[in-house]
Structure formats: C-alpha cells, structure tokens
Design a binder for this molecule. Structure first.
Ligand SMILES: C[S@@+](CC[C@H](N)C(=O)[O-])C[C@H]1O[C@@H](n2cnc3c(N)ncnc32)[C@H](O)[C@@H]1O
Length: 410
C-alpha cells in the first residue's frame, strides 16, 4: 500500500499545470475536497495527485466505492468496549485482526453483532459488570461516551476517574495490559471542558504505562464517502519502545454517487407532506437559503432572524462529493440528510453504505434503532486503515502509508 511520491504546488502553479481556473481550485478547497498545507512563509500548497484524482472524478471516472478487506491471516487479538453495531470491530477484522471479546449494553446493537458474527464472544451487558482479569489481548479499544470529570483543583489519576465510562476503559487496560490501546471519540473531545477531559485521559493512560498520542482523522480521506471526523487516541505500552503511528490521508475522496451505486432497497423514514413540499424546492447540494424567501421564513421560524450559517437545515446532499456527517437520524432539523435527487431521507442501506458497511451487514431493531446504530459507528473503512496501522506497530514495520510520530513526541 505504498503512496506514490506526491508533488506540492502553489495555487498558481496548479492552475497553470492543469489549465484550471484558480476559482475552481479554491472551490474544491472550500468544499474540503482539496487539502492545502501552509509553508513557513504562509504560502498555501496543494497536492498534484489530489488534483489529478479530482479531474478524473469530474470526467466521470470517480473512485469506485468498496469495503476494504485484507487477506492477511489474523495474528493479533482485540477486546472492544462500547462496540455498538460493530463499525470499528468489522473494520479491524477486515484489516486482519481477531476479535477476542466485545462489550455492548444496548440490546439491539448487541443483537446486530450476534446476528452478523455468531462466533464472536459478545458480552451484552454494562461494561462495569465485566471482569477483565485473566483475559489476553494485544489490543484494547473503545469509543467511550464523553463525560466530564470532577476536579477539586487537582490533576486526576486513574482512581479519580472512577464512576465514568472512561474509567471502565482504563480498568480494562489495567487488567488486560494489552500492547496497544486505541480510543476513539468525537472531535469535540479535544475542546471538552477546555481540553481538561482529554488531558486527564491521556494522563491516566500514561500512568497505566502507555506512550500516547492523539489525532483527528478525517474519514473522507480514508476511503469513506463521508466528511466525518473522529478523534483517535493510540497508546503503545512503554516497554515495547515503538513509535506511535497514524494512517496517512489518501489523495482522493469517494463521492456519494460511487457509494450509492446499486444500493439495495431498504426501509427508511418518510417526510410529512408539509416537509416534502419544502424539501422539493431545495436543489442538489443546497439548503434552506436556496428556498424562496417566504418559504425560508416559514420553515426557519425564529431562527431565520438569529443569524449563523445553519448549513445543515433543509440540506440536500450532493452526488459528486462525500456525504456530510451522518447522525443518529437522517431527518433531524439541524442536520437534514435528504437524498440528492429524490425527496426523502436516506434509507437504512444508504446510511450503511455511507458508513462503509457491506450490504450483508444486517442491523436489528426498529428503523430508528438501525439508523442510530449506523450513525454511531466508526466508518468501517476508517477502522480498516487504523487496524492496518496497529498491525504495523505490533510488527514493528512502518511503511510509507503511515504517519510515524518522532520518538521525541512519544
Ligand atoms: C459511539 S457508540 C460505539 C460505536 C462503535 N465503536 C462502532 O464503531 O459501531 C458507543 C456505544 O457505547 C455503548 N455503551 C454506553 N454505555 C455503556 C456501558 N455502560 N456498557 C457497555 N456499553 C455501553 C452504547 O450503547 C453505544 O452503542
């Protein structure tokens, strides 16, 4: 999986080389399709490879969507807490890791795991009830729900976090002592309680004997047809003396058009007649500001006068970009996710494709429960790239697909 050597160009150079208007390049950058980096002198540079891929996408040769799967024989095992419907678990399995145990309290999410992988060892209970002593695993992972800690003016250690779900994650690590720990969360964790929540978590993992680092990974650059960000913490047991690595971003994105090609029919929510009449007026890629003024005022109510972008309201997705972040419901007022050309919310299978679940991964429970399980998941292909990275760390073999952190940071 080696990356080709990529050339960085200024906007002027790129515009000349590819005979493209600078405005088009700037538009791609604004839409998050083209990344730019700044030099020390503040000059913005863009990737030649990425522009080539956007040009071929424009010519209809978009990157095909696929659920990534390695042929590697599993050599390392994973214990996962807060497993949900298995986005992370499946991606790690696809990367070549073996699932040793999963813990999930929600009845329907646990049932989804059981139905898709009858052989997995699934504990369908509160994580606080699980004894991890004596369990062996190379990796412990979990997307612990974000909760505030209570401080009494002091720096918190492991024992002080007792009573939170992060404590349960840390307890599993203390009892299992895996070689690697992987935490995943929403991007907001970085600023939660002015950064103190994350600082405490990193401190506790350090206290438990791990070198730790975190990064916000943008799923759209990891074979996921969705602009979704996850904060990923990786810890490597100090005695291993290995550098921490994260997967490098790819130079292409996958569009919604590719993701939804031949998507199987499935159940989904419907709009009320009234909402349908409004959404019918929104063009592809548009939102409430594209409605006639009178309709805007009626639809937005008081928020019409409050200012702010509210770009998620009455939003219809675009075919030629990755989808916007999915939430637990496709028809929430603040985060509307209307199909790009039909006037209806995305269906369950469309939701699943956008999270890069394969079509044969079935979800259990009501339609609302299924949307929730999918919306809560780590995109499977993002998890695949993270899994590959963890295998590389365990093998002590780092290649060009990885962003290896300098030892000094470790
Ligand atoms: C963000 S979701 C995890 C999604 C999962 N990583 C995936 O990729 O599909 C968090 C999960 O934690 C579960 N959870 C919350 N409290 C729990 C507890 N006390 N014990 C076990 N699971 C819990 C929730 O039911 C939810 O499914």
């Amino acid at each position: 999986m080696k990356d080709k050597k990529d050339l960085l160009l200024t906007f002027a150079e790129a515009s000349e080389r590819f005979d493209l208007a600078k405005e088009e390049l700037l538009y791609w950058e604004k839409k998050g399709l083209l990344k730019s980096t700044k030099t020390e002198k503040g000059i913005r540079l863009v990737s030649e490879e990425q522009i080539k891929s956007l040009i071929s996408q424009k010519k209809g040769k978009a990157k095909a969507f696929q659920v990534l799967k390695s042929k590697e024989k599993p050599r390392y095992s994973v214990v996962e807490l807060f497993a949900g419907a298995g986005g992370l678990a499946l991606g790690l399995e696809n990367a070549g890791l073996k699932t040793a145990m999963l813990v999930e309290i929600d009845k329907w999410a646990a049932k989804t795991l059981q139905e898709n992988r009858p052989k997995w060892n699934i504990k369908a209970c509160d994580v606080a009830e699980v004894n991890f002593k004596g369990i062996k695993a190379d990796i412990v992972t979990g997307g612990f729900p974000c909760q505030a800690f209570s401080y009494a003016g002091k720096r918190l250690g492991f024992e002080d976090t007792r009573g939170t779900l992060f404590f349960e994650f840390a307890r599993a690590i203390k009892e299992i002592k895996p070689r690697i720990v992987l935490g995943e969360n929403v991007r907001g964790l970085e600023r939660h309680d002015n950064g103190r929540t994350l600082a405490t978590m990193l401190n506790v993992l350090d206290e438990l004997g791990y070198n730790v680092a975190y990064k916000v990974l943008r799923a759209q650059y990891y074979d996921v047809p969705q602009k979704r960000e996850r904060l990923v913490i990786i810890g490597v047991r100090k005695d291993l003396q290995r550098p921490i690595a994260f997967p490098k971003e790819k130079s292409y994105t996958v569009t919604l058009r590719s993701a939804l090609a031949k998507v199987p029919k499935s159940e989904g929510q419907n709009y009320t007649e009234q909402k349908k009449k409004v959404m019918e007026l929104v063009p592809e890629g548009g939102y409430w500001r594209d409605l006639p003024l009178a309709v805007q005022k009626k639809f937005m109510g008081a928020s019409f006068y409050l200012g702010g972008g509210k770009t998620g309201m009455a939003r219809r997705l675009s075919w030629d970009e990755p989808s916007l972040t999915l939430t637990c419901n496709p028809a929430q007022k603040q985060t509307e996710r209307c199909h790009p050309s039909e006037t209806r919310p995305l269906t369950v299978r469309e939701y699943a494709r956008i999270q890069s679940f394969p079509d044969d991964w079935n979800f259990t429970g009501s339609t609302a429960a299924q949307y929730k399980q999918i919306g809560n998941a780590v995109p499977v292909n993002l998890a695949y790239h993270i899994g590959k990275t963890l295998i590389a760390i365990l093998d002590n073999q780092y290649d060009e697909s990885l962003m290896v952190l300098p030892q000094t940071l470790v």
